[in-house]
Design a protein around this ligand. Structure first.
Ligand SMILES: Cc1cc2nc3c(=O)[nH]c(=O)nc-3n(C[C@H](O)[C@H](O)[C@H](O)COP(=O)(O)O)c2cc1C
Length: 324
């Protein structure tokens, strides 16, 4: 039943990927997703040095013999160019199966990935960027809709529109991201032509996600209206939890704040402090609208079982619906 170009390309059982998540997508979460038949991406930007990322790759290898990948987010705010370069070399050296890149055109790195046999999945928020990614040699494109946690781009187009449009225009496999969180949305993505889904928000709210329980509790109680998009004024739109920090960012932007003014609130290190301390109001924390569909904290294995079981059930029901 789950036989797509993505499951074949990656040699995985289910077309469910866990996207990069700064501070959260580390060995525990990544190996849990891969062990459950999906594929997780370690997030390079969580590690300050190449050696730290190398250690995390080795730790993940100790925790799973299934394939996993590395996310390299290339937003200039997140990662300086020379560190990106060093991470690309490391991924090639370590023989990583697949990278998820985001934030900038990955073209300069394509020759190195190709030479090392690393598959390149580039994540974009718009069809025009998807076409560009394909033209520079991406093996698959991940397209995020406006619902997504993290960076939805500047066009405000939801998955229901951007996904089938990308599928129609591209030859390489398209992976759906932004709002996907359960069996029903997995089947919806496949129906729209995707060959897999990539989830952030739903995996953020699992037992293996290394953030303070206060955040998990907040996610269980939150509604789909409890996120907001900030940082449009600096052309770095980000969907985050609606907390005190988000309100501060929105107010500062209205008052004409620059990136430098905003950094003390939006910098990644503040988010890390928040995750560790359990102060849910402390930082700008990425979170998608799918949070309104998170009702329980489960282990990754339980979540994956539920998604697959529900997906199979939905397909059976649809067979009845269509044949009647
Ligand atoms: C807490 C959190 C942190 C994230 N950090 C990153 C990151 O460091 N790099 C990246 O490429 N994407 C990041 N993302 C985006 C996800 O990889 C993914 O594209 C997105 O969550 C998909 O939409 P969804 O949240 O509706 O599942 C993050 C998302 C969340 C929720």
């Amino acid at each position: 039943m789950f036989n797509t170009r993505i499951t074949k390309m990656l040699g995985i059982e289910y077309p469910i990927l866990q996207g990069g998540m700064q501070w959260l997508a580390k060995a525990e979460l990544v190996s849990a997703v891969s062990n459950a038949g999906g594929l997780g991406f370690i997030t390079a930007v969580s590690f300050a040095t190449v050696q730290e990322l190398r250690d995390e790759i080795h730790k993940t290898r100790d925790m799973t013999d299934k394939p996993f990948g590395v996310n390299i987010s290339m937003l200039p705010v997140l990662m300086p160019g020379d560190l990106t370069d060093a991470y690309v070399d490391l991924v090639c050296e370590e023989g990583i199966l697949v990278v998820e890149t985001a934030g900038r055109n990955p073209e300069p790195y394509v020759p190195r990935f190709k030479a090392a046999g690393v598959k390149l999945f580039h994540k974009v928020p718009a069809v025009r960027f998807a076409r560009k990614a394909e033209s520079v040699g991406a093996d698959a494109v991940i397209i995020v809709g406006f619902e997504c946690g993290g960076h939805p781009g500047m066009d405000d187009v939801p998955s229901l529109i951007v996904l089938p449009k990308a599928v129609k225009e591209l030859g390489v496999p398209v992976i759906a991201a932004g709002g996907f969180c359960d069996g029903a949305s997995l089947i919806a993505a496949l129906a729209l032509g995707a060959e897999g889904v990539l989830m952030g928000t739903r995996f953020m709210a699992t037992a293996e996600s290394p953030m303070h329980d206060n955040f998990k509790q907040w996610m269980v109680e939150a509604q789909e209206t409890d996120t907001m998009v900030v940082e449009r004024s600096i052309r770095n739109a980000a969907r985050i939890m609606k907390n005190d920090a988000a309100m501060t960012v929105a107010r500062m932007e209205k008052e004409g704040a620059t990136l430098e003014d905003l950094l003390p609130v939006i910098a990644g290190r503040v988010g890390r402090e928040a995750y560790l301390s359990g102060d849910i109001n402390l930082g700008a924390i990425a979170c998608g609208q799918a949070v309104g569909r998170v009702h329980e904290i489960k282990s990754v294995a339980e979540l994956m079982d539920e998604i697959i079981g529900d997906a199979r059930e939905i397909v059976r029901r649809l067979e009845q619906v269509v044949s009647s």
